[in-house]
Design a protein around this ligand. Structure first.
Ligand code: SAM
Ligand code: SF4
Length: 327
């Protein structure tokens, strides 16, 4: 569930422009509307919810939404993906409300690079957020790092060490040609295999971890000879569409069954009409059953692959933006 399309950073792989077309405020779902949707999804078998954005901690009193979702007994896991800037001051309330896990996105261990890449001087706030999240004892903290050649591919080891020092597990994310990544090109992608090669040159033999409970999880997990673990999300070079069971709802209630799809189901219209929960569930189930998306696989098979959209395409429909769709 994306709870806002607004963000307090401007990561160059996600929000590189000066100006954006924002979702109208009146279209943004209220917490009660989001909780009702979660309730309906849960009757269809959904038991994990991830809150994302934009930057979800910009949404006023996010803890209240977590409380509403946590009251649903079918939901056994509530996760948050955040850039971490506002995490330190909110983490106690988030945990008390019922948050299960946090993933913080951080692509560099160097404040000057953070300034250049995320267009913010708030590096120290992010590291403080990470430290606070570890200290309050939420489930295992994850750090997401998008790896881009020529920017942070010389920090693969530093990022892993940083995560370990902060009690977190690192996820390297291959740079994806999604939404706002208008400057994307294949030569900037550092593949899973390259990441493994660099790490094994430093640490020695790396073993894949087989976790039967997470066959549909996007990250492949690995362990170092000393037992430390990390993950790689190889959506660009090794897409996992066939095992993907995720879907996403934008802050204004568009239901997309693939990060790459151009068409979705307008749940806001249904929620704000007199549709019953049963009618909502039937529409969602119907859309999910009819799903044929293989977005990342189709992109991987393209010759001369470039960015998915240019700025004009994004402005004509802001739902195409990664910061609208949620990561
Ligand atoms: N603002 C929050 C954050 O940064 O964690 C949540 C939203 S953000 C869109 C969710 C995730 O998408 C982040 O981990 C971010 O690094 C990732 N992401 C955004 N654009 C990406 C791209 N072009 N390729 C790979 N990952 C991307
Ligand atoms: Fe960066 Fe997340 Fe904001 Fe995108 S939504 S600009 S990834 S912090």
């Amino acid at each position: 569930m994306s709870v806002t399309d607004r963000c307090n950073l401007r990561c160059r792989y996600c929000m590189p422009e000066e100006e954006y077309v924002w979702l109208p405020r009146s279209s943004i779902l209220s917490f009660e509307e989001i909780a009702r949707l979660v309730e309906v999804f849960s009757t269809l078998g959904v038991d994990k919810v991830r809150l994302t954005g934009g930057e979800p901690l910009l949404r006023h009193d996010l803890s209240h939404l977590i409380e509403l979702i946590a009251a649903n007994e079918r939901i056994r896991d509530i996760a948050l993906t955040t850039n971490g800037v506002l995490l330190a001051r909110q983490v106690d309330a988030l945990k008390a409300a019922g948050l299960s896990r946090v993933t913080v996105s951080l692509d560099t261990t160097r404040p000057d690079r953070f300034q250049a890449f995320n267009r913010s001087a708030k590096f120290a706030s992010v590291t403080e957020g990470i430290a606070r999240a570890c200290s309050v004892g939420l489930g295992k903290l994850k750090i997401n790092s998008v790896v881009i050649r020529g920017f942070n591919d010389d920090e693969l080891v530093d990022l892993l060490e940083f995560a370990g020092e902060h009690g977190a597990e690192l996820r390297y994310i291959e740079y994806m040609d999604v939404g706002g990544a208008t400057g994307w090109s294949m030569d900037q992608v550092v593949s899973r295999d390259e990441i493994l090669e660099t790490l094994s040159a430093c640490y020695g033999e790396i073993a894949p971890l087989i976790d039967q409970n997470s066959a549909s999880a996007p990250a492949q997990r690995f362990s170092l000879p000393d037992g430390r673990t990390f993950g790689i999300v190889a959506s660009t070079t090794l897409p996992f569409c066939r095992s993907c069971d995720r879907s996403r709802v934008t802050a204004d209630g568009m239901f997309y069954m693939c990060l790459y799809s151009d068409t979705g189901l307008d749940l806001r219209e249904l929620v704000r009409s007199s549709a019953s929960d049963e009618e909502l569930a039937a529409q969602i189930a119907n859309a999910w059953r009819g799903r044929t998306d293989r977005g990342a696989e189709e992109r991987a098979s393209m010759r001369g692959r470039g960015a998915l959209y240019q700025v004009e395409g994004l402005r004509s429909d802001p739902h195409r933006e990664m910061h609208t769709r949620g990561g």
